[in-house]
Design a protein around this ligand. Structure first.
Ligand SMILES: Cc1cc2nc3c(=O)[nH]c(=O)nc-3n(C[C@H](O)[C@H](O)[C@H](O)COP(=O)(O)OP(=O)(O)OC[C@H]3O[C@@H](n4cnc5c(N)ncnc54)[C@H](O)[C@@H]3O)c2cc1C
Length: 349
């Protein structure tokens, strides 16, 4: 028997979860197809929303719009639920060098919104702090393990655990058909798998490998995120996520001994507390050369859309741009120019 919906979503990472959630909230019909055997970047990400970036500690792209929207969205998502998805968690910056200390001190008095001084002495029993420490405020930690699990529960009646194969899809004059489902729009939220997508494979994807260790650290408070050359982020239960790397060139997507050794060596210099390693994760970020998302409908096949390319910032960008995509399709409002895939119209058609 055929089933008709407005949207068919491929993928239930951070992006697919937000798209489904907003459609559900608006009472718009949808189905989500997600292959649980495919590993997703969202399931290994640390879940940090940090308003600043880089060695110069500048504000990240569109943070003044994206961050408040994301915070409100995660809070609404967890409302009336028994799990806490979003927590405010200031980043304690344990400066790794004189240069980074100076960069922080400079930013404190130049265009500063998010940085503040802190008392290094309070961290001396836990970390080596030869170059002092500072703090980044308005940072949040998203419990992505709980978020993805709760998302799946919220969309239970619309969720299909299956592999989507292009050969099972037919373009209709106004819509698409996949197996027994007819939809007005199909939206690809399938992370790096969009690189094989016949409609979108010409987009300038630049996948990026990242690894992390999961540690049990005795006596470290889980109310902060800690950053030196590596980041230590609260994880589920009483564990911590430690990472990461940004590899643009890699030969496999497996955990590497080199990464593990590098983390152990960094922790030796930085962390004073005893720890044990309980897991080693790896994921591929759906990044791109422009570091801007890919959002919108195909210029030639408007029944086919994409929401992807979130790179290192899926937690903060996904709520904002999935909401924008729905408004674009339903009300014809524009998508942020720098994120709109129309900038690649020539490439796509
Ligand atoms: C080590 C690491 C650390 C990170 N840390 C952070 C962080 O702290 N903060 C932050 O904001 N971002 C972080 N990121 C980036 C973040 O993970 C990504 O931006 C985000 O997860 C991308 O989400 P997505 O939904 O686009 O893709 P994905 O999470 O990859 O989801 C894609 C989904 O599509 C499904 N799928 C794919 N192909 C098919 C198919 N053919 N049929 C059916 N289903 C399919 C997969 O099963 C998967 O569930 C990190 C990434 C890594 C690797």
């Amino acid at each position: 028997m055929q089933e008709k919906v407005k949207y068919l979503i491929i993928g239930q990472g951070i992006v697919g979860t937000w798209l489904s959630y907003f459609l559900q909230e608006k009472g718009i019909s949808y189905k989500v197809v997600n292959d649980e055997k495919i590993s997703s970047a969202s399931s290994v990400a640390s879940g940090v929303m940090n308003p600043v970036t880089g060695r110069r500690i500048v504000q990240t792209w569109m943070i003044e719009s994206v961050l408040p929207f994301a915070v409100d969205s995660y809070q609404a998502f967890q409302k009336n639920e028994s799990v806490e998805i979003i927590k405010e968690a200031p980043i304690v910056l344990i400066h790794p060098s004189e240069q980074m200390y100076e960069s922080f001190e400079y930013r404190l008095t130049h265009d500063n919104v998010y940085l503040s001084k802190n008392n290094s002495e309070q961290w001396n029993t836990m970390f080596n702090t030869p170059y002092n420490s500072g703090q980044i405020n308005s940072c949040y930690w998203i419990d992505l393990v709980a978020f993805l699990k709760l998302g799946r529960l919220k969309m239970k009646a619309h969720y299909i655990n299956a592999h989507f194969d292009y050969k099972d899809m037919t373009l209709l004059e106004k819509g698409i058909q996949w197996k027994n489902i007819i939809a007005d729009h199909i939206i690809f939220c399938d992370g790096i798998n969009s690189m094989q997508n016949p409609y979108f494979k010409t987009l300038p994807f630049a996948p990026n490998k990242g690894e992390a260790l999961i540690l049990k650290i005795e006596g470290l408070p889980a109310k902060n995120i800690y950053k030196n050359n590596v980041a230590i982020v609260p994880w589920e239960k009483d564990l911590f996520w430690v990472g990461s790397t940004f590899e643009w060139s890699y030969s496999d997507s497996l955990p590497s001994i080199a990464f593990k050794e590098k983390m152990i060596s960094s922790l030796e210099q930085f962390l004073k507390l005893p720890y044990t390693i309980v897991d080693h994760l790896v994921g591929i970020r759906p990044a791109n050369t422009e570091r801007r998302p890919f959002v919108g409908l195909h210029p030639k096949y408007p029944q086919v859309g994409i929401c992807n390319g979130m790179g290192t910032k899926g937690c903060s960008l996904a709520p904002y741009f999935t909401d924008q995509l729905i408004a674009h399709i339903e009300q014809g409002t524009p998508i942020e120019k720098e994120a709109d895939i129309n900038r690649f119209a020539a490439l796509l058609s």
